[in-house]
Write a protein that binds this ligand. Structure first.
Ligand code: IMP
Length: 458
């Protein structure tokens, strides 16, 4: 274990999510006593491989796999209690004890079945109307954040007061059922088996939602907490904290490829607001990025390759990298590394260092392309523009570099990487302006190169 003066680290995805944050959070947790989720919900999907065993987490912080570490779900997360208990039970079956060390903020807005119903019905309506779909995970994330911002959300703390909960639930159902039926034509829509128990004639019913929520209330009560206060106290008693970002910077509702984004701020600054600590407690920001690029869902992707055609580099990335979403099972789109996108990411997060993941996926490619900027309306730009409309019009400008034939799987020292792999990484540092502090060469904890440990950086 690393011992240093008290330090807190934020881990963020520097691309469109799925960069491999889960492995790194788990790895860094060796040096932390508390791990905090601060945004998103169960749209996230982290796969951890520990001693060869695969575990998928969506809501519970990835630090949970290390016994003794406290895990916190901060106020910035939208919480589906149903999903939380599904995950807790699965982890308990696998022998992970977690109820005593999981703390859930009373200020988290709840995700309830009508949020998922709105999410899928809206996407279906967009499709039917010939509009481009966002490609959401269908988990109700957007509608839950809308209720939060509109100041009408049911929050975890409301679960303690059944009457108050019932009153607010009636109000929410009046509004959302009106939208579902009248505006989205939900009566004619098949919501599938997950939502069927809560619905009739396109409307979400009060009883099943209320009864389930009250069942969850009992189970959740011992975990409900003033997370902000607990984190501040833990920090001042000497605990190292780790803030675990979900999704990725280009899915951030403000800084991402709007409107093809998620509904929360995924950037590092939101670790403070979404957990209830001051920004001065965020000491080091680690940006996680794949050695290439992927994205799920709709929206622009300037370095996208054909990834369904055998024999192409995109197909190589898709198949060797097992690029299928953990949450939805959808294939991820694949493309070359985008240095101009990373530059945007470095700025909006204030990245201290990069961790490059899945370098080994590029083993065997003859040549690699690295995007250093774009042509936009006849001008060269070296940073990703704001918003989807401008990004759609960008043509990537590439440098070509030689690949390597040797395997980098499991390499643990930078000097042991093939020369061309080192040159590729060094060029990424130059283009993005951010030092590489870590490289991941496989899914296991041990398959990691550490150039500078985030908990020891000054
Ligand atoms: P939502 O977060 O379900 O509303 O989906 C909005 C967009 O974010 C869609 O393109 C999703 O595919 C994408 N998205 C949401 N969560 C993740 C994630 O954890 N990894 C990658 N993409 C995500």
């Amino acid at each position: 274990m690393i011992t240093a003066k008290t330090r807190n680290v934020v881990v963020v995805g520097a691309q469109w999510g799925d960069e491999g944050k889960g492995k790194l959070v788990d790895w860094l947790t060796e040096s932390a006593q508390g791990v905090v989720r601060f945004q998103g919900g169960h749209n996230a999907g982290h796969t951890l491989v520990i001693n060869g065993v695969r575990t998928a987490l969506h809501l519970v912080p990835s630090g949970i796999m290390r016994s003794g570490v406290k895990c916190y779900i901060g106020n910035g997360v939208v919480l589906s209690a149903a999903k939380l208990f599904e995950e807790i039970e699965a982890l308990e079956k696998a022998g992970v004890e977690l109820r005593s060390r999981l703390r859930v903020s009373e200020a988290c807005p709840l995700i309830l079945p009508f949020h998922a119903a709105l999410d899928v019905a809206r996407e279906a309506a967009r499709k039917k109307g010939g509009q481009a779909i966002i490609g959401t995970t269908g988990r109700g994330i957007g509608p839950a954040y809308e209720d939060k911002i509109a100041r009408r959300a049911l929050r975890v703390q409301d679960l303690k007061y059944p009457e108050r909960f019932a009153g607010k639930l009636h109000e929410l159902l009046d509004l959302h059922n009106h939208v579902l039926v009248t505006y989205l034509g939900s009566a004619a829509f098949d919501f599938g088996p997950t939502l069927a128990p809560y619905m009739a004639a396109g409307k979400v019913l009060f009883e099943p939602v209320f009864e389930e929520a009250m069942r969850h209330a009992k189970l959740l009560k011992p975990m409900m907490a003033d997370v902000s206060r607990e984190l501040n106290e833990a920090h001042f008693k000497g605990a190292n904290l780790l803030f675990e970002g979900a999704q990725g910077t280009l899915l951030d509702v403000d800084h991402g490829t709007y409107p093809y984004v998620t509904s929360s701020n995924c950037v590092a600054g939101n670790a403070a607001a979404g957990a209830g600590v001051g920004p001065g407690l965020l000491h080091y920001i680690l940006g996680i990025t794949k050695a290439y690029c992927t994205r799920v869902g709709g929206g622009p992707f300037p370095t996208e390759l054909q990834w369904e055609v055998p024999g192409t580099p995109g197909y190589h990335m898709s198949t060797v990298g097992f690029e299928t979403g953990v949450t939805t099972g959808r294939s991820r789109r694949c493309g070359w590394f985008d240095g101009a996108l990373l530059k945007r990411s470095a700025q909006v997060n204030g990245l201290s260092g990069l961790c490059i993941t899945k370098l080994d996926v590029l083993d065997g490619l003859k040549e690699l392309k690295l995007c250093t900027g774009y042509q936009l309306d006849g001008q060269l730009t070296e940073i990703l523009p704001m918003g989807a409309d401008d990004i759609e019009r960008c043509t990537a400008v590439y440098e070509t570099m030689a690949g390597w034939s040797e395997s980098t799987v499991g390499v643990t020292q930078f000097d042991k990487l093939p020369t061309n792999a080192r040159l590729y990484l060094q060029r990424i540092e130059q283009v993005t302006g951010v030092p590489i502090h870590m490289v991941s060469t496989g899914p296991d904890r041990e398959q990691t190169i550490v150039l500078r440990h985030p908990y020891l950086a000054d």
